[in-house]
Write a new protein. Structure first.
Length: 308
């Protein structure tokens, strides 16, 4: 286990360094002058003197090498710079909005897990009936419908037409229902089919034949013996999906006006707020790797053979 943690910590440091370098270079190659965008965001023309003064204030007049070295030093000292727009520390700005994103991602993960387990296990038990055929149709729809279209459909049905649930903002649990469904429903149906396939493939294993020889029913074998082995790949997929929800729920947060990191980073990109964009990418990468480490650790606990 010591070797396990050393290896994953080294991977974390490498990913952070690579991501920081790649993000820095891409932002500097992207079109758009942060100083010009900041000065003209209210449709007020800016003089060359004002642009030069703002560029110097933001540190954009320094060489790329100096900016890069300063950025790398800021990362590993947890001083991620100051936002061009709000003039507040980047880390504080991101952490202020992180709880809303975690709340939404967790709710989306719960929806995804519920759909995966209920659909996957039920269609595996009744693999030759109408329930399995319906599961195939639902999985096909879930994988083909874009999240933004599903979000607008949920708003129309549950908010506009019937007025059951609010469509925007963050407040009570009702505000969380529609974005969580939009975030977790589609992938949950896809993972349910994967779980079903894994469970049915396990039915040909020797330990299943031994259980049948003892007189156990197929449903009991699937639930109490096959499920433990078939769920391991799903655990990895769910962990990956949760990490993507934390770092990539921009569309869903924008549709439902959810005050999280996704909505905030959209404004930062429009205003070319380099420190915020860079900090967001690093924070997302950090959370992504941490979640993968936890998933690997849980997988080892489920199947001790992975320790080898």
């Amino acid at each position: 286990m010591v070797r396990f943690w050393i290896k994953h910590i080294a991977q974390l440091l490498f990913v952070i360094l690579f991501t920081a370098t790649f993000t820095f270079l891409l932002l500097r190659l992207a079109p758009g002058d942060p100083a010009y965008i900041l000065l003209t965001k209210n449709d007020i023309p800016a003089s060359e003197e004002a642009l030069s003064a703002v560029r110097k204030e933001l540190g954009l007049t320094e060489s790329l090498g100096s900016q890069y070295v300063q950025w790398i030093m800021d990362i590993f000292t947890w001083q991620w710079g100051i936002s061009y727009v709000s003039k507040e520390p980047v880390l504080e700005e991101l952490l202020k909005r992180l709880p809303a994103t975690i709340e939404l991602a967790t709710a989306g993960l719960l929806v995804m897990m519920s759909v995966t387990l209920i659909m996957g296990i039920s269609t595996a038990i009744y693999s030759t009936g109408w329930l399995d055929r319906m599961g195939r149709v639902i999985a096909l729809l879930g994988s083909s419908i874009p999240s933004f279209w599903l979000g607008f459909l949920c708003i129309y049905v549950f908010s506009v037409r019937y007025g059951w649930l609010p469509s925007m903002g963050r407040g009570s649990w009702k505000h969380l229902v529609l974005p969580a469904l939009t975030l977790g429903l589609g992938m949950g149906t896809v993972y349910a089919r994967i779980l079903r396939s894994n469970m049915l493939e396990m039915m040909n294993q020797s330990f299943v034949k031994a259980a049948k020889a003892r007189g156990l029913s197929n449903s009991r074998i699937l639930l109490f013996q096959v499920f433990r082995h078939a769920v391991l790949p799903i655990v990895t997929m769910l962990g990956t999906s949760f990490a993507f929800m934390l770092g990539g729920s921009i569309i869903v947060e924008s549709i439902f006006s959810w005050p999280g990191l996704g909505k905030y980073i959209m404004k930062a990109i429009q205003l070319r707020d380099y420190p915020i964009i860079q900090g967001y990418v690093i924070l997302s990468s950090f959370l992504f790797v941490i979640i993968h480490i936890l998933v690997d650790f849980i997988s080892v606990l489920i199947d001790p053979r992975l320790r080898i």
